[in-house]
Design a protein around this ligand. Structure first.
Ligand code: ARG
Length: 495
């Protein structure tokens, strides 16, 4: 028996060392990435809004980006773009996560209460896109049909106030894709991206009468008057010397997205779609980049979850068994209640915007901490159940051999418990891996977000989603296989 325990212990010890070392490496990588990005103007945008901001290859380009580049050049600054969900943009400036928003953002009194707007640099309109053969002819018809909008946009607000309920999508491109799939009858969107979508999709048109006129401006925090002044001055100069008009014109005429499959026959269409979605413009690189981010976050969070989870699990069981560690136990229970009682996406947003709100910290690190803390709560309960599943006689035997509580726990109970809970722990990793797919909420380009970017460019929901699903599935299959092997190895050691 002592030989078995020693072997198991050494497996555990190796795993533990591996875990600690990888966590340290991953955290350092996360930190370094941020360090490079210092002393720049950080700009938030939502980059599925052509011609104002959109991906070309792996780069975000568009009217807003060229304006920023020009402002940065004239003021001797660097700028760095954060692509995040549209409804997070205002929060991001308010909490100081970014310096400004440049995102085809419409000036509105509601928003002006939260942030300071620069002078406006473009006029826009909310328009209605419908299929060419649609019975909808004007605003009056709209209330009887299924409408799509971008969540949090002024189009969304207009529809809610004047027309009725709409389906809210994370971006306009997805709403258009839903209309193409027959799930919507009309999409309300800003005129420039609307024209772009109509050019890129067969069989769509824009209704002649716009719903409302708007103006675009950049937004900064109200506590940054000096930044506001600099932007206003630069925008005025760009307007006066014709740069603004030149940038806008270049994009308005030059930016027509490619049409998706024109080929005939299912196989030919599939081939062409495959080409458009993955090969063209190296779009597959979104998935590869996203894959690496997903792996990095999941692995580091799993390690953190295990370390913290084991600690909490042991504290909880010790308290249950010996009646000691009352205070720590109460703390742990509070932690478990809060973490298990709230959705992980809410935790991620709180950690990003509130806890690390004013701290300049890498988003990968934020995600690792958020998912690690979340996972720890579940691991803790798994570990506790593992410890409880070990026959109490084992503890008594250890103690009667003269070993202390801690030593018996470490050398006798935990190795057995670990083996018992391995399947449940494996399950937790699988859940964790898939849960990281919400990273896009804090503008992290993980695997899911990589697929989203492709979808927003090609208007094809099927292939990008299928590819993303296949990658997750393969990862989970691989992970299950590795865990199975570990299980077998631990079992062998038993003999
Ligand atoms: N102009 C609209 C608004 O401010 C929509 C802007 C959407 N911009 C974007 N980059 N997705 O609400």
């Amino acid at each position: 028996m002592s030989c078995t325990i020693k072997k198991r212990q050494s497996v555990l010890r190796n795993l533990f060392c591996f875990a600690v070392v990888s966590l340290i490496i991953m955290l350092t990588v996360g930190c370094e990435r941020k360090a490079e990005a210092k002393q720049t103007l950080v700009v938030a945008t939502e980059a599925t809004f052509p011609p104002y901001e959109f991906y070309r290859g792996n780069e975000i380009v568009g009217i807003d980006m060229d304006i920023l580049r020009e402002i940065a050049r004239r003021n001797n600054l660097h700028f760095q773009i954060e692509d995040m969900s549209f409804d997070s943009l205002i929060t991001a400036v308010q909490t100081g996560k970014v310096d400004l928003v440049a995102s085809g953002l419409t000036v509105s009194p509601d928003r002006a209460r939260q942030v300071a707007f620069t002078r406006s640099y473009a006029n826009a309109r909310q328009v209605v896109i419908v299929p060419e053969n649609s019975p909808i002819t004007g605003r009056e018809d709209l209330r009887h049909y299924r409408l799509g909008v971008q969540h949090g946009s002024t189009g969304d607000m207009y529809v809610s106030e004047h027309i009725g309920e709409a389906e809210r999508f994370t971006n306009g491109a997805l709403a258009v894709a839903a209309m193409n799939a027959g799930k919507l009858d009309a999409v309300v969107l800003d005129n420039a991206p609307a024209e772009n979508h109509v050019a890129g999709n067969k069989g769509l048109k824009i209704l002649p009468e716009p719903l409302v006129e708007e103006e675009y401006a950049m937004a900064v925090s109200k506590s940054r008057p000096e930044l506001l002044e600099m932007l206003n001055k630069s925008l005025a100069e760009l307007e006066a010397d014709g740069t603004l008009a030149r940038i806008t014109e270049a994009y308005m005429k030059d930016n027509k997205p490619e049409n998706t499959a024109e080929a005939h026959g299912a196989w030919a269409r599939l081939k062409e779609n495959f080409h458009t979605n993955f090969i063209k413009n190296d779009r597959w690189t979104y998935l590869v980049k996203g894959f690496c981010v997903t792996i990095e976050i999941s692995a580091a969070a799993a390690v953190m979850g295990i370390l913290l989870g084991f600690l909490i699990g042991v504290i909880r069981s010790t308290a249950d068994q010996t009646g000691k560690l009352r205070f720590l136990n109460a703390l742990c229970r509070l932690y478990l209640t809060v973490v298990r009682g709230t959705p992980v996406v809410v935790q991620l947003l709180i950690i990003y915007f509130v806890i690390f709100g004013s701290v300049d910290i890498s988003k990968v690190l934020v995600a690792i901490v958020a998912f690690g803390l979340n996972s720890a709560a579940y691991v803790a309960e798994i570990v506790r159940s593992g410890i409880m599943s070990v026959d109490p006689g084992q503890m008594e035997a250890g103690r009667s051999l003269g070993l202390g509580y801690g030593t018996t726990m470490r050398n006798v109970i935990l190795p057995q418990a670990f083996k018992n809970v391995l399947p449940a722990l494996g399950n937790e990793f699988i859940v964790l891996l898939k849960e990281t797919s919400i990273c896009g909420y804090i503008a992290l380009q993980d695997l899911t977000k990589g697929g989203d970017i492709i979808r927003s460019q090609t208007y094809d929901a099927f292939l990008p989603l299928l590819a993303v699903a296949l990658v997750y599935l393969s990862l989970v299959v691989l992970l299950s296989h590795l865990l199975k092997k570990l299980e077998i190895r631990l079992k062998k050691n038993e003999r």
